[in-house]
Design a protein around this ligand. Structure first.
Ligand SMILES: NC(=O)c1ccc[n+]([C@@H]2O[C@H](COP(=O)([O-])OP(=O)(O)OC[C@H]3O[C@@H](n4cnc5c(N)ncnc54)[C@H](OP(=O)(O)O)[C@@H]3O)[C@@H](O)[C@H]2O)c1
Length: 285
C-alpha cells in the first residue's frame, strides 16, 4: 500500500520502520527534516519536503506527532493530497474533541479517520509490541488494523471517533495513581530501613505486582530517570484527562493530585525524566 507517515520521533521512527519492512511503499515527513533524511537512509522510501508532498496520492496517512495542534495541522495540510477514500490513522495522544473534529473533516472530503493512540512506550514501538486503542467506523478501522498490526501486539476498536483517545485517558489514569503508590512504597521502605531489592523480591510476586513495579522499581531505587515516558508528555495527557473529566463529571481526586506532583517534578528540572520520577519529589532534600 502507498503509506505516508508524519512524525518520526521516539515512537514514529521505529513504527514507520516496521511498515517499510512489511513491504509498504513509504513516504515520510517530519517537522525537522534531518529525522526524515535519517529514516530514508535507514529504511528507503522517500522523504517529502512538506506533509502534502509526502501525502500525495497515499492510500493511508499515519501520524504520530506531539499534541492537538500538531495533529490538526498535519491532517488539514495532508487531506487534499491524499488518494480519494484514503484512511488517516492518528497515533498522537490528543483530546477526544480533536479526534471527532478530524473525523468530521476527513468524512467531508471523502476520506476516513481513525484515532489510534498507543501504549507500550519506546520499547513497544521498537519491538512492534504496542497496544493500540482505536475509534472510528468499522470499515476504516478494519483497513487501519490490517496495516498498524505490523507494530502491535493488540489492536482494538473501542467505538466511534474519539473512543480510542478516551481509552488512552483511562490508561493514563491507571498509571498516574499507580506510580505515585509505587513511589510512596519505595520511599516508605527506605525510611523503614528495608533493602529495596529484598522488598521487590518479597512483594513482586503477589497482589502488589504491576508492570510499573517490574519495570521501574529497580531504576527508581537507583534514582535513574533519564529514559522512558517524559513527565512533560504525562502532564499533557493528564491535562486532556482532567479536561474530559470536567466535561463528563468523573471525579478524579487522585489523578488531579498526581498531576500537581508532576508539576513539582517539572519545577525540579524533570521535564524529560521518566514518569517514575515522582519518587524523586518525595526524596528531595
Ligand atoms: N514516548 C512514549 O513513550 C509515548 C508513549 C505513548 C504515546 N506517546 C505519544 O505519542 C506522540 C509522539 O510521542 P514521541 O515520544 O514520539 O514524541 P517525539 O519524540 O517528540 O516525536 C514527535 C515527532 O513529531 C514531529 N512533529 C511534531 N509536529 C509535527 C508536525 N506538525 N509535522 C511533522 N512532524 C511533526 C516532531 O518533529 P521535531 O523533530 O521537529 O520535533 C517529532 O519528530 C505524543 O502524542 C505522545 O504523547 C508517546
Amino acid at each position: 500500500m502507498k503509506v505516508a507517515f508524519a512524525g518520526l520521533g521516539v515512537m514514529g521512527f521505529p513504527m514507520a520502520g516496521h511498515l517499510a519492512r512489511a513491504g509498504h511503499e513509504m513516504a515520510v515527513f517530519n517537522r525537522s527534516p534531518q529525522k526524515a533524511e535519517r529514516w530514508v537512509g535507514a529504511h528507503g522510501g522517500r522523504a517529502g519536503p512538506s506533509v502534502a508532498a509526502a501525502a500525495d496520492g497515499a492510500q493511508m496517512l499515519i501520524l504520530c506527532v506531539g499534541n492537538d495542534d500538531d495533529a490538526r495541522g498535519v491532517v488539514s495540510q495532508a487531506l487534499p493530497a491524499l488518494a480519494p477514500g484514503a484512511v488517516i490513522v492518528d497515533h498522537t495522544t490528543t483530546s477526544a474533541r480533536v479526534a471527532r473534529e478530524m473525523a468530521a473533516l476527513a468524512a467531508e472530503s471523502g476520506r476516513a479517520f481513525v484515532d489510534a493512540p498507543v501504549s507500550g512506550g519506546q520499547a513497544g514501538a521498537e519491538n512492534g509490541q504496542l497496544t493500540i486503542m482505536c475509534g472510528g467506523d468499522q470499515a476504516a478501522y478494519d483497513r487501519a488494523a490490517a496495516v498498524i498490526g505490523a507494530y502491535a501486539k493488540a489492536v482494538r476498536r473501542m467505538g466511534e471517533a474519539g473512543a480510542g483517545q478516551l481509552t488512552k485517558m483511562v490508561n493514563q489514569i491507571c498509571i498516574a495513581g499507580l506510580v505515585q503508590g509505587l513511589s510512596e512504597a519505595l520511599h516508605f521502605a527506605r525510611r523503614a530501613g528495608l533493602d529495596p531489592d529484598e522488598v521487590y523480591e518479597a512483594v513482586s510476586k503477589g497482589a502488589a505486582q504491576s508492570w510499573q513495579m517490574d519495570n521501574r522499581w529497580k531504576t527508581m531505587a537507583e534514582g535513574r530517570f533519564d529514559f522512558g515516558f517524559a513527565v512533560d508528555w504525562m502532564r499533557k495527557d493528564l491535562g486532556l484527562v482532567l479536561e474530559e473529566a470536567q466535561a463528563n463529571g468523573a471525579r478524579l481526586d487522585v489523578t488531579a493530585l498526581v498531576d500537581g506532583f508532576y508539576a513539582e517534578v517539572q519545577a525540579m528540572g524533570g521535564n524529560r525524566w521518566d514518569t517514575s520520577s515522582l519518587v524523586a519529589r518525595l526524596e528531595r532534600p
